[in-house]
Design a protein around this ligand. Structure first.
Ligand code: AMP
Length: 592
């Protein structure tokens, strides 16, 4: 944050490194505060709790109280910091509780259609219990629907500048009631040539209003705009001076650019290649923790969730299982993992880029203790690249951008693990009890054949089933590079939506460990409560396949896709057609 706390680290040097880190944990827990401290309406608090947000991010902590007083605000924060909720929650908090007029009281301007939709979805999500009426307005969408919705009455309009101006000049977007205007990603809007449109819109707004501007950078043209249109704004900057040398733990740090839809597969692949003794995977919300734990368990990893929604007793049990080695992965939120000290931890995975660079430092401080080497791996969506640079500036350490291992790399690594396991066994001795079996086999086969078969068995027995679909490569770009307007780039795409541009047509067949695979369609998905382990269980129970032979699994809201060896596809279809999945019969067929 912009405000440094110079006294905090004053006596840290005198303590041991471990003490210093423990103190940092306590400090951050004490600093953090909860959403409850922010005086937001109970409906909003309930929505945040339901979403599993455990605590405000730094930008939220600073911006929400200021915005609630009606003050203008200049926020320097990039995507991934939680800036959308930082302005959306105060906007929603200030909606009239009774009946509302047809004209909007909130206007959000954003550079791209994707961001418009994303912000609008977020406001809708947070404001559901308040009955907030939110409308995204962007070019490219037929104007008829927008006209109808605007005429019916809207509380918050989220618009691209060009289309907003179009509606203003038609008289269909009435600005007289606007109390708050938010310019989101202002630097992007100016770089995309919207300066004149923005001037025109700001001049058409009521003079008595709150103006809030968010921008990842504050170049001089933004500064001029701020001076013209904002009144005595509170300036909040989500970045602070570098961590003093020696404070940031020495850890091998790398990051991978992965489209959201491919994150589970990417994580699985990295877990296989890295083979951590024990690891912690950080997620942003409780919901994400629960979902990812299920996905990982479905894929054969022994993972346990840890979040603020669990009782102390449940958390203690999880920690015991991790320490005893019966769990290898901990999937956790920042709050739950604060102060955690587990010697066995070798790896930290950030399933998302953390919303504040300081959280990153706290997270990676879980490994690399007592002089041991630690590894920190971050999965970043292409649009989160800027956050990685803020982190590098804070820590003064480089995060290496790496390419995900390919399926071939993964297979090579698995073979290597098998070779190492067999070599270890040879060194361990005590193999005599198998000599009778070997002699019997040598009656019919030569030694090499027997050895190869034994290797194949050992290989099969080692490691969980993983997703072996190819994951599209996303090249790291210079961060200042511009996206085309109404862009087709993944950098501006809302999280959670399928990145159709990068992914390309999904093959309906593939190969798993050299076998031809066929993708099956199963007409039950997340809505029916289907989890990966249900599908693995149903297929393994009903057909001749073992869990290990099942390939990639993808579960969507309404259906699931599962890769099975082609030669067994017919057998699996017949078997599943006669069975029930999560208490109901589902359509099962080859994916067309
Ligand atoms: P943004 O920077 O607004 O694009 O937000 C980045 C991501 O963080 C979004 O997926 C939000 O849903 C999520 N998020 C925002 N605030 C919080 C919070 N306080 N706790 C957990 N996740 C959050």
């Amino acid at each position: 944050m912009a405000q440094d706390r110079p006294d905090e680290r004053a006596d840290a040097d005198a303590r041991s490194a471990a003490d210093a880190r423990a103190a940092a944990d306590v400090r951050s827990a004490a600093d953090s505060g909860t959403f409850g401290d922010l005086d937001l309406r109970p409906e909003l608090l309930a929505a945040l709790a339901a979403l599993g947000y455990e605590e405000p991010t730094p930008i939220q902590r600073e911006a929400i109280p200021a915005m609630l007083t009606g003050r203008d605000l200049l926020g320097q924060a990039a995507t991934g910091t939680g800036k959308t909720a930082a302005f959306a929650l105060p906007l929603l908090h200030r909606l009239a509780s009774g009946s509302r007029g047809p004209a909007p009281t909130g206007l959000v301007l954003a550079p791209t259609r994707e961001l418009t939709m994303q912000v609008s979805e977020a406001i809708h999500k947070y404001g559901r219990d308040l009955g907030a009426r939110v409308l995204p307005v962007y070019g490219g969408q037929p104007i008829g629907r927008q006209l109808r919705e605007l005429a019916r009455g809207v509380d918050v309009v989220v618009a691209t500048p060009g289309r907003a101006l179009d509606h203003i000049s038609r008289g269909t977007l009435v600005l007289t009631d606007v109390q708050t205007v938010v310019l989101d990603e202002a630097d992007e809007m100016l770089d995309m040539g919207f300066a004149e449109d923005l001037e025109a819109i700001l001049n058409a707004l009521p003079a008595e209003r709150q103006t809030v501007l968010f921008s990842a950078t504050i170049p001089s043209h933004i500064d001029r705009m701020v001076r013209r249109h904002l009144r005595d704004p509170l300036r909040v900057r989500i970045e602070r001076a570098a961590v003093p040398a020696g404070d940031a733990p020495r850890v091998r740090q790398s990051a991978y650019l992965v489209p959201r839809a491919h994150k589970p597969a990417a994580l699985g692949r990295l877990l296989d290649v890295e083979a951590p003794t024990a690891a912690i995977v950080f997620c942003r919300t409780r919901g994400e923790v629960d979902q990812l734990t299920e996905t990982l368990n479905g894929r054969g990893y022994r993972s346990e969730p840890l979040h603020g929604g669990m009782s102390q007793e449940q958390r203690d049990r999880v920690m015991q299982r991790l320490r005893a080695g019966s769990a290898e992965l901990l999937v956790a939120t920042d709050v739950a993992a604060r102060g955690l000290d587990v010697d066995q931890l070798t790896h930290v995975f950030n399933y998302d880029v953390p919303s504040a660079p300081e959280s990153y430092v706290h997270r990676i401080g879980r490994v690399g203790r007592a002089g041991r080497e630690g590894v920190a791996i971050t999965l970043a969506e292409p649009r989160e690249q800027r956050m990685l640079q803020s982190i590098e500036r804070l820590t003064g350490q480089k995060i290496a951008m790496e390419k995900l291992p390919s399926v071939a790399d993964l297979q090579a690594r698995r073979l290597d693990l098998t070779r190492a396991a067999v070599a270890e066994h040879l060194a361990g001795g005590d193999l005599d009890r198998f000599s009778g079996v070997l002699d019997q086999l040598l009656g019919d086969h030569d030694l090499r054949e027997v050895a190869l078969a034994a290797l194949a068995l050992a290989h099969q027995a080692d490691g969980p089933t993983v997703d072996e679909q190819e994951i599209p490569e996303v090249a790291a770009r210079p961060v200042r590079e511009r996206e085309p307007y109404a862009g087709s780039s993944s950098a501006a795409r809302p999280s959670g939506s399928a990145p159709s541009g990068v992914r390309g047509p999904r093959p309906t067949t593939g190969r798993l460990a050299g076998r031809d695979m066929t993708r099956l369609f199963i007409g039950a998905g997340r809505q029916a409560g289907v989890r990966p382990q249900d599908l693995v269980g149903a297929i393994a129970n009903e057909s001749s396949l073992s869990g290990r032979e099942i390939g990639a699994i993808e579960i969507t809201e309404r259906f699931s896709l599962v890769d099975v060896p082609s030669e067994a596809a017919e057998d699996v279809i017949t078997a599943l057609r006669g069975s029930v999945i999560k208490g109901r019969k589902a359509t099962v067929r080859r994916e067309r």
